[in-house]
Write a protein that binds this ligand. Structure first.
Ligand SMILES: Cc1cc2nc3c(=O)[nH]c(=O)nc-3n(C[C@H](O)[C@H](O)[C@H](O)COP(=O)(O)OP(=O)(O)OC[C@H]3O[C@@H](n4cnc5c(N)ncnc54)[C@H](O)[C@@H]3O)c2cc1C
Length: 391
């Protein structure tokens, strides 16, 4: 039987929520163990688009929502971490773009009046033209308007590698999780037969949290899944583009990010409305055809003959909301030693860690002297979807 461990905070799930929290706790002197059953960033994080939203896209409704307020500070927190001067040193994380763009094709400017009047947007949006346009839009045939948003796009695989380094020896590969109880009280978890006692246990396992709660005999907090059917395009002639392309509605028609593949080519990753309800209902071949039509209509100068296409289905895992709407903030629920939550956005990982730290602070949980861990089986890094689907 593997040896028992005792730690200050035991975290289950090494997506961005668990990894960010783990790195912050370790920096503050807490001992931690972070358990992961697949690769680091295993589910949503490694498949995300890497946009560090400041909430601007939520202001497309023309109204300032709670989400716009809560998320507005996140780009600053990430920028500081990327510069090595924030709550974490993410200096080894690759920045793909220091701006995300809003792109209004043709005649939609009228729709944007209320958007630009919104407080969330004021002072944070500049129109760009000519050589300042994203490379993929620099074509004589381009029509429309493009605005630069003060939001970042990061390379998620390099973020995960950076966070894995900050995790030091705290990572543990483990899949079978059972409760460790003293009397009625949950005092830790048994991971693949190894007893781990902890002052606090955090479940940040994304879509796996529901099943973990069941294993602990709990049904709350309830979670929801919102499905997406994303599209990937890879080709030697694709140029970088990081943009929300506006349609008539409150959601971007497509959201394009561009990612470096191991062979040096760029991969376009297409989400937004294309990947939501209608896209989810389409079979992969129909979804690819829909994406090809969108690209042909929005960027007719792009030669599609050398592009290879793939689709990817993935659920966003979040706390249950009435009407399956998007939650506004990171979420954390507490039941004695157990803390359970979802960041709800990559960008909100710092907000998630704030909530856990506030709970530790309130309950007087301080770093204690714990033995240094060594030789734990370590989970591997997650593999980007484009390397798996379009090698
Ligand atoms: C297609 C897509 C694009 C997105 N783009 C963006 C974006 O551009 N910007 C943004 O801010 N947000 C974006 N998001 C949202 C963002 O990706 C998620 O909110 C965030 O990554 C969730 O992180 P997490 O750590 O909670 O979950 P996950 O990344 O899903 O991590 C959970 C981890 O827990 C592990 N796990 C599960 N069960 C167990 C178990 N029983 N034992 C051990 N480990 C377990 C999993 O293997 C996984 O590694 C996007 C989401 C999707 C799906």
């Amino acid at each position: 039987m593997p040896s028992a461990i005792s730690t200050d905070v035991l975290i289950v799930g090494a997506g961005v929520a668990g990894l960010w929290l783990n790195a912050r706790l370790r920096r503050m002197g807490y001992s931690t163990v972070l358990v992961e059953r697949a690769g680091l960033g295993g589910e949503q994080t490694i498949k995300s688009q890497g946009i560090i939203h400041g909430g601007t896209k939520y202001a497309l409704h023309g109204t300032l929502t709670g989400a716009s307020e809560a998320i507005a500070d996140m780009p600053r927190r990430w920028r500081e971490a990327l510069a090595g001067s924030g709550e974490l040193d993410l200096g080894d994380t690759r920045l793909l773009s220091d701006a995300h763009y809003l792109w209004s094709p043709g005649t939609l400017a009228g729709n944007l009046t209320s958007f630009f009047a919104s407080k969330a947007v004021r002072g944070r949006v500049d129109q760009v033209k000519g050589e300042q346009l994203p490379p993929a839009l620099q074509d004589r045939a381009f029509k429309g308007k493009v605005y630069r948003l003060a939001e970042l796009v990061i390379d998620v695989p390099s973020l995960l590698a950076n966070l894995a380094r900050l995790a030091g020896d705290s990572l543990l590969a483990g899949a079978r999780i059972e409760p460790l109880r003293e009397g009625e009280a949950l005092v830790g978890l048994i991971v693949d037969g190894r007893e781990i006692r902890a002052q606090r246990i955090v479940l940040s396992a994304g879509g796996g949290t529901e099943e973990l709660l069941r294993a602990l005999g709990l049904s709350q907090p309830a979670m929801q899944r919102r499905p997406l059917h994303m599209v990937l395009a890879k080709g030697p002639n694709l140029k970088p583009l990081y943009a929300h392309c506006l349609g008539g509605g409150p959601k971007p028609r497509i959201t394009v990010t561009t990612h470096p593949a191991a062979d040096g080519q760029w991969v376009w990753y297409l989400g937004g409305d294309l990947a939501e309800a209608d896209g989810v209902a389409r079979e992969p071949a129909e979804q690819i055809a829909a994406a090809q039509k969108e690209v042909a209509s929005l960027m007719p100068w792009v030669d599609q003959r050398q592009i290879r296409w793939a689709t990817l289905r993935i659920d966003r895992a979040e706390p249950a909301q009435s009407g399956l709407v998007r939650p506004d903030n990171a979420f954390l629920a507490e039941q004695q030693r157990l803390l359970v939550g979802w960041p709800t956005k990559l960008a909100l990982a710092p907000d998630f860690s704030d909530r856990v730290l506030a709970s530790l602070e309130r309950d007087g949980i301080r770093p204690s002297e714990q033995p240094v861990l060594a030789d734990l089986p370590r989970p591997p890094l997650g593999v980007p979807a484009w390397e798996q689907l379009l090698p």
